[in-house]
Design a protein. Structure first.
Length: 255
């Protein structure tokens, strides 16, 4: 089973535990959230947008502060990243250019082809720091992302918006006097304009040595403005963390 599959199963187990602690039977919770008993029992819905609404309703009824919806967001993000193949292609390209230190921010649920696996294929001495601010993600990362003996992996509970702390903590594993590749894949669109994503990127870039790299992937409405805007609005109405689509031109200047 993939890391995201394990995470989905664990999310269902968490729901069962929280439901019982709150005094709900499966039937009672099903009635309260407007889904079938079998859906509550299996905690599995095929369509991701419907699934997100299911978890959001569970949060509201069980008063869990959107914890389930946020965790499902993480699982879905990891699955999208895996399906796109973006992290693997990016890391393989950077490793071919001699980079052997990686700072992977917004790691998400571990999936096959994770950063350290690809980097250490190219150079077993590669060092990788994974960063996320979701406790479930970090628990899975520590369990599933094991470094080879010649390299190193670390896992930071940190927020991109606290860049100073993130860099200080990452320096326990990475040598910032040498080239480092910073990966911001499917992350910056989770930072609203008020959060100054460009300033965060500038602060990260200023800490890097010459010959370092900054890799960014970002949600954009460049190719289908209407549909993307509508999809983002629908997603933001239910999601624990809203998204902001930005143009390619905008992101070229975010540094």
């Amino acid at each position: 089973m993939t890391g995201s599959g394990v995470a989905r199963r664990d999310l269902g187990r968490r729901l069962a535990g929280v439901r019982k602690a709150a005094g709900y039977t499966q039937e009672q919770l099903a009635v309260a959230i407007g889904y079938s008993r079998s859906t509550v029992s299996n905690a599995e819905i095929g369509h991701p947008d419907i699934a997100l609404e299911f978890w959001a309703r569970c949060d509201r009824v069980l008063k869990t502060g959107r914890s389930f919806a946020r965790s499902f967001d993480q699982v879905r993000s990891a699955e999208r990243r895996q399906a796109a193949g973006v992290p693997e292609d990016v890391v393989r390209h950077l490793a071919s250019r001699g980079v052997h230190q990686f700072l992977d921010i917004g790691t998400g649920i571990p999936v096959p082809g994770s950063t350290h696996e690809i980097a250490q294929e190219a150079d077993p001495r590669s060092r990788v720091v994974y960063v996320d601010n979701d406790s479930m993600v970090l628990a899975h990362a520590r369990a599933l992302l094991a470094s080879g003996p010649e390299g190193s992996c670390d896992y930071l509970d940190a927020d991109l918006r606290d860049t100073g702390y993130l860099l200080r903590a990452a320096s326990r594993t990475l040598d910032f006097s040498q080239p480092v590749a910073v990966l911001l894949l499917a992350v910056l669109h989770l930072i609203p304009d008020a959060g100054n994503p460009g300033g965060l990127v500038t602060e990260l870039a200023s800490a890097l040595a010459p010959a370092s790299y900054l890799a960014i992937s970002h949600m954009t409405a460049d190719f289908a403005p209407g549909p993307v805007a509508a999809a983002a609005a629908a997603y933001n109405a239910a999601a624990a963390v809203p998204v902001t689509a930005r143009t390619h031109a905008h992101n070229r200047h975010v540094r």
